[in-house]
Design a protein around this ligand. Structure first.
Ligand SMILES: *[C@@H]1O[C@H](CO)[C@@H](O)[C@H](O)[C@H]1NC(C)=O
Ligand SMILES: *[C@@H]1O[C@H](CO)[C@@H](O)[C@H](O)[C@H]1NC(C)=O
Ligand SMILES: *[C@@H]1O[C@H](CO)[C@@H](O)[C@H](O)[C@H]1NC(C)=O
Ligand SMILES: *[C@@H]1O[C@H](CO)[C@@H](O)[C@H](O)[C@H]1NC(C)=O
Ligand SMILES: *[C@@H]1O[C@H](CO)[C@@H](O)[C@H](O)[C@H]1NC(C)=O
Ligand SMILES: *[C@@H]1O[C@H](CO)[C@@H](O)[C@H](O)[C@H]1NC(C)=O
Ligand SMILES: *[C@@H]1O[C@H](CO)[C@@H](O)[C@H](O)[C@H]1NC(C)=O
Ligand SMILES: *[C@@H]1O[C@H](CO)[C@@H](O)[C@H](O)[C@H]1NC(C)=O
Ligand SMILES: *[C@@H]1O[C@H](CO)[C@@H](O)[C@H](O)[C@H]1NC(C)=O
Length: 768
């Protein structure tokens, strides 16, 4: 069946309305219009409404004539025009609902605009057409075949004052069971149906149960589909209801879920959290713009002293406002934390550096260093991303010139190359502003870069930043293609672990996000393998919607999904409905069976919430700076104890001497296992990250090759800077499921000698 131009809302007119006209006169009016454009001609008088409207597009006109009706229908490219009850004009391309003919004498009501011409009568249509033969379609029935794995259930009552199903798509003139249900299935929904002819709904059987609605007489569902008039698409407050019977997602509900624990009272509401190689966590906070005047903007948490509030926090200092900057850990020997951009004027060009020092229990003395006069970005950047390139320099990409200001759709390199403005314009960032902030950037094993921004992604050259390949657009919500994955429709992203021999194509995972308008959060994760031929996005449903998630790569290769809201956007006061549950995503499981439902917190973690991996395998959860007046400015810091640490198993340990690894080098550790043997042991390397706005800059997980003799194991470092860009990693061993504490190793040295940069009086350099 071709596309139909029927519109279904006209069906909703109560029939009683059709009989209130006082202008109508009946009796003996049989005049036929002849002044018609070729090849229009009178066909006959037809019964309307025996089952439903036989023509559905209605154009009423008090001074109707059949010349006018034909002209109106022809103008919309319809081939059939019908006049009814003197003043009603209907159009279509076929008669539906098993229309039958009536004696011509039945069509005897005068047209509103010509007293001697017949315009049908009550439930009688004077039908004109471009063709002498017209198609009459049967009374529509529920479609109960050729709809993949959907099974027709019956005619379901709509809920009162609400909707049974959470997702609605309006297929104005192309609704049908396959059109609706295939879309539901593509987004992982397992129940759905059509209502009012043109509405499509998606959800789950649990929605039907929750709404407490039941099946009604099949005859209640009596409206043809807007795009398929021989099949039924519900009725008024009635849903032609289907259930998916094919394979679908599996969400595991393990017995051991791990749990949240309160960790330490905070002193600020941080917006950037970073684990340093001193095994302390630095927090940066918006200072100038903070609502708490007592903040210096920078603090360091000694994880070993959390039981002593007075000793656990070290006050540090930034000179300008880091709201909202980006951070990354440099490959220099000091593992400096680089922070770039920020809020307003000079701060937006800020370049701040901190070399972690001290040790657990012992305060360091280093502080953040910055001096705008000596060193600043070429462009103003609020919400930029920073990433270490394979050659060891840092790419700073995107952002805006200030809060909701014009975009900076370009990339620059640090250390700043000589020669004036060396930034490179990126039209795709310009085009997608303001929905692309804090884009996700990954180095691919080919040496190219993969960038995810708004609802798009592409591979770009790591030297020229030219586009090499664009990906298909990222699917968003079942009813909205315009949803996005980066700030302000913020999702989060990590790469699947890269395992020796690093020949499998890499997979990039993006979870959550939101949609424009009402800010309905996305309830799915998508994955793509950018470097296979014809890459496509695969979609896996999450158990609940989530905007502003954090994705934390764990030492066993799984990914913890937590924080965020079920509705809204990233930004102050733009979401108040927290998603309190944590999920675990296991890339090693089969597609659509990777998500486990973990434990829940009692603390809302909305805008400016972060989650980072600690050296002992727990996850530190901080923040929420909603400024909403409804949810609190959240100082409390929690830890999530993943399932691998909640089974009462002793954590393995190891010793290491060489922590500065060349590519492909052999590096020895001595291990102590408590459960398994070295044959079941795993080794992982977790890239040092700095997390803000759900963007864990630097995140990367490697499973390097290793061999063991006795308890001495030799790990082969990753082969090159494409598989593993220069930088610091947390090295873990896993005894069965249980991770050790981490040791810091650097891989690939400091090829760009960034450790000698910058050469200015106000900066101390750690060396390469
Ligand atoms: C009214 O309709 C009749 C019958 O089709 C036609 O002969 C006549 O010309 C029409 N009158 C006007 C004013 O168009
Ligand atoms: C009708 O068809 C013509 C020619 O194909 C097209 O240009 C016009 O846009 C159509 N009109 C409508 C209302 O669809
Ligand atoms: C749909 O068709 C199947 C197979 O023909 C049949 O078993 C089932 O009863 C039908 N469902 C309904 C609700 O009519
Ligand atoms: C229905 O038509 C709309 C508007 O042309 C289009 O965007 C949508 O993709 C169509 N839906 C289906 C299921 O074909
Ligand atoms: C979930 O966490 C709570 C503490 O917040 C804990 O009491 C409970 O045992 C945990 N549930 C499971 C299944 O581990
Ligand atoms: C700042 O004030 C807030 C609110 O009184 C308090 O919770 C916090 O600990 C203080 N922070 C610092 C760094 O003193
Ligand atoms: C570290 O320095 C802070 C001041 O910034 C102080 O409050 C704290 O007690 C010191 N901690 C230790 C372990 O000395
Ligand atoms: C960037 O986008 C703006 C707004 O769409 C447009 O006016 C401008 O021409 C674009 N700039 C370039 C260099 O393409
Ligand atoms: C690293 O790559 C960037 C981007 O192409 C380039 O600007 C820079 O000069 C390179 N630096 C080194 C030290 O190779």
């Amino acid at each position: 069946m071709g596309p139909s131009l029927l519109r279904l809302w006209q069906y909703l007119l109560p029939l009683s309305c059709l009989f209130v006209s006082t202008r109508a006169q009946t009796g003996g009016v049989t005049g036929i219009a002849t002044d018609l454009p070729k090849p229009w001609a009178y066909v006959g008088c037809f019964v309307d409404n025996a089952f439903g409207r036989v023509l559905s597009t209605e154009i009423d006109d008090a001074s109707l004539t059949m010349e006018v009706c034909v002209a109106d229908c022809a103008a919309q490219n319809f081939t059939i025009a019908g006049g009814e009850f003197g003043t009603q004009c209907f159009c279509g391309n076929e008669l539906i609902e098993d229309a039958t003919t009536a004696p011509n004498s039945d069509c005897n009501m005068a047209c509103g605009g010509n007293a001697t011409q017949a315009c049908g009568a009550g439930n009688r249509l004077s039908v004109y057409s471009t063709s002498k033969t017209i198609t009459i379609l049967p009374v529509p029935v529920p479609q109960n075949s050729s709809i993949s794995s959907w099974s027709y259930q019956g005619c379901l009552a709509e809920a009162t004052n609400a909707r049974v199903f959470p997702w609605e798509i309006d297929n104005t003139n192309n609704n049908s069971a396959p059109a609706c249900l295939d879309q539901c299935a593509a987004f992982g929904y397992t129940a759905g149906g059509m209502e009012f002819g043109f509405q499509c709904f998606c959800g789950d059987v649990s929605d039907v149960t929750a709404a407490g609605v039941s099946l009604q007489p099949a005859s209640d569902c009596n409206l043809p589909c807007s795009g398929d008039p021989i099949h039924l698409c519900g009725g008024g407050n009635r849903i032609t209801y289907y259930v998916w019977t094919g394979p679908t997602h599996v969400w595991h509900t393990p017995e051991v879920t791990g749990q949240y624990e309160f960790f330490v009272p905070g002193v600020v509401v941080p917006l950037i959290a970073t684990l340093g190689i001193n095994n302390k966590v630095t927090f940066l906070e918006k200072s100038g713009t903070s609502e708490f005047a007592n903040s210096t903007g920078a603090y360091e948490l000694d994880l070993s002293l959390v039981s002593d509030f007075s000793a656990t926090w070290r006050t540090m200092h930034v000179k300008s406002d880091v709201f909202c900057s980006g951070s990354v850990i440099l490959p220099d020997i000091g593992a400096r934390q680089l922070n770039v951009g920020g809020w307003s004027l000079d701060s937006t060009q800020g370049v701040r550096l901190y070399t972690p020092d001290g040790s657990p229990g012992v305060n360091g003395t280093n502080d953040w260093e910055e001096n705008f006069e000596e060193l600043h970005l070429q462009k103003q950047r609020w919400y930029p991303t920073a990433a270490v390139l394979p050659n060891g320099t840092v790419m700073v990409i995107g952002g805006e010139t200030g809060s909701n200001g014009p975009p900076e759709p370009n990339v620059e390199i640090l250390p700043t190359p000589a020669g004036g403005d060396t930034t490179i314009f990126l039209d795709w960032l310009n085009r997608t502003d303001p929905n692309n902030l804090y884009p996700f950037v990954f180095v691919l094993p080919s040496g190219h870069l993969f960038v995810v921004y708004y609802n798009e992604a592409r591979i770009i050259d790591a030297g020229t930043f030219d586009t090499i390949q664009t990906m298909p657009n990222i699917p968003a919500a079942v009813n909205d293609f315009l949803g996005g994955r980066t700030y302000p429709m913020e999702g989060a992203s990590v790469m699947f672990p890269l395992a020796a021999p690093y020949t499998d194509p890499v997979t990039v995972l993006v979870c959550g996000g939101s949609c424009p308008g009402a800010g309905i959060a996305l309830d799915n994760c998508v994955t793509i393998q950018p470097e296979v031929e014809n890459p496509t996005w695969a979609l896996e449903r999450m158990p609940s919607p989530r905007v502003m998630p954090n994705l934390v790569a764990l030492p066993d290769g799984t990914v913890l999904i937590l924080n965020g809201a079920v509705q809204g956007f990233a930004g102050f006061g733009l979401a108040n409905d927290p998603n309190l549950g944590a999920l675990l995503y296991d890339p090693s499981m089969p597609f659509n069976q990777r998500i486990s439902i973990l434990n829940s917190t009692i603390v809302a973690r909305l805008y400016h919430s972060e989650a980072i991996l600690l050296p002992d395998g727990r996850v530190l959860v901080s923040g929420s700076d909603p400024e909403s007046g409804i949810q609190p400015e959240e100082f409390r810091i929690e830890v999530y104890i993943p399932p691998y640490l909640s089974q009462g198993l002793t954590q393995p340990s190891f010793t290491i001497t060489n922590t500065d690894w060349a590519y492909n080098s052999q590096n020895t550790i001595t291990v102590t296992l408590h459960q398994g043997t070295t044959s079941t042991m795993k080794v992982s390397l977790i890239g040092a990250t700095s997390s803000t706005h759900g963007n864990a800059m630097g995140t990367r997980t490697l499973f390097p090759a290793f061999t063991c003799e006795g308890n001495t194991c030799t790990i082969t470092a990753p082969p090159n800077s494409f598989v593993s860009p220069p930088g610091w990693h947390q090295l873990f061993i896993l005894d069965g499921p249980t991770p050790s504490h981490s040791a810091w190793v650097r891989i690939g040295g400091d090829p760009a000698e960034i450790g000698n940069w910058p050469d200015f009086p106000d900066f101390t350099v750690p060396g390469v």
